[in-house]
Ligand binder design. Sequence first.
Ligand SMILES: NC(=O)C1=CN([C@@H]2O[C@H](COP(=O)(O)OP(=O)(O)OC[C@H]3O[C@@H](n4cnc5c(N)ncnc54)[C@H](OP(=O)(O)O)[C@@H]3O)[C@@H](O)[C@H]2O)C=CC1
Ligand SMILES: O=C(CO)[C@H](O)[C@H](O)COP(=O)(O)O
Length: 463
Amino acid sequence: MAKADIGLIGLGTMGSALALNIAEKGFKVAVWNRTTATTHEFAREAGALAANIVATETLEDLVAAIDGPRAIILMVPAGAPVDQQIAALDPHLDPDDMVIDAGNANFRDTIRRMTELSRPFLGIGVSGGEDGARHGPAIMGGGDPAHWARVEPILIAIAAKFEGSPCANLMGENGAGHFVKAVHNGIEYADMQLIAEVYGIMRDGLSMAAPEIGKRFLQWDEGRLSSYLIETSAAVACAHDEATDGPLLDVIVDAAGQKGTGRWTAIEAQHLGTPIPVIEAAVAARNMSAQRPLRADLAERFGGVDTLDISVETLEAALTCGKILCYAQGFDMLRAAAVAFEWSLKPEVIARNWRAGCIIRSAMLDDMAAAFEAAPETTLMAAPYFADILTETIGALRATVIAANGAGLPVPAMSAALAYFDTMRQARGTANMIQGQRDYFGLHGFVRVDSGAMDQHGPWADD
Ligand SMILES: NC(=O)C1=CN([C@@H]2O[C@H](COP(=O)(O)OP(=O)(O)OC[C@H]3O[C@@H](n4cnc5c(N)ncnc54)[C@H](OP(=O)(O)O)[C@@H]3O)[C@@H](O)[C@H]2O)C=CC1
Ligand SMILES: O=C(CO)[C@H](O)[C@H](O)COP(=O)(O)O
């Protein structure tokens, strides 16, 4: 029997879908899962694709089933499970065999593993959820180009295509792929939070029912906001709950989960000194959402929201504006990381890679790719196409934030987007006061605007 082209460990949501995708594209894939019953169930349900699947019960059998030099994908939870799985697998492998971590690893773990392991190792970010993994995800690779080349034909075959162009690219060396995936997820958090805030205004400020909100999202999906996340939000808002004979959305607990990628993005932005306030606000909003008992107590003490007067068209424009600002921050962060970690991250390649397959895919990403192709060093805020949209929509974002604040409705991500815009368009800011304060209490020195002289001190230095 011919040996498998590739191996895959971890037949959970993503791994099983990815394995079927690989098999469907004509590659033979050997699979192994910690719980053997899952492997059998997977093979049983593979249908016609079973011909391209080798189900194995032990790691020895898995390794023996793959053609050498081998490539084995890990699709297990990030963190300790990856290290445990590598440790269990490593003794069975030959020196040239390659391990590919395709989960949502922290890029710092990926860099550590690459230096610790004396074998080829790739860290690839895979986005698109279960459906993407099954029918075409976006793939963000990190590692040695020669190692990437060994599996590129398979990754390109299984990846999503945007007008024929595969959304699978090597982003850069070592942890670059997992870093780009983390920033993708940071943008995902921000985009989701902005949509949730608009939903909140429609629900609590305009008294709109979930299906009505869903219909608006469906309309927006036909225009500039067209995206997978708007489509998803429409489906969620329109869904019916049999048990209550009402909207499903109304019976979902208002506490958002998180597995770490958004938080890592916020932490890394702080390390890099790159402002990503919309993404940070989205992470903080998830943290606040988790504090349900406290929110319930405080609602009794301080609760009460006024209705507000704002058009749905204004909300659509505000969301468009906020979305551009959060993507601008994500891309600016990627540019800062490229310098700090010496990666050759190319914003136009990343934008192209995100046009299909991934969770943040949207019509705007094609325009972003075009903007970066024309000027790779630009911030999206200054790219002519997006600068024009910001000019057109910033008033709507401002009106929405003012109206929501006036009514007592929380819009942390939209507020952060507006504050970012206002801060970044202020040629003379207010940090002169901070520099004065720092010099007063710590003699940290300041620069004079008139002479450019550095390390200046105020009169208090003589006291
Ligand atoms: N779900 C999603 O939308 C996406 C997930 N990801 C990432 O993909 C990875 C997998 O996620 P997902 O498929 O959703 O997870 P699931 O929970 O569905 O599956 C996890 C898989 O990992 C196995 N596993 C768990 N712990 C260990 C361990 N200690 N050693 C070996 N195997 C282990 C499980 O085996 P067993 O059957 O024995 O429990 C199972 O096969 C994660 O890093 C996740 O962040 C990336 C993009 C999207
Ligand atoms: O990577 C993904 C999508 O791109 C996963 O669905 C991830 O789990 C989403 O993050 P979180 O669970 O923190 O919301």
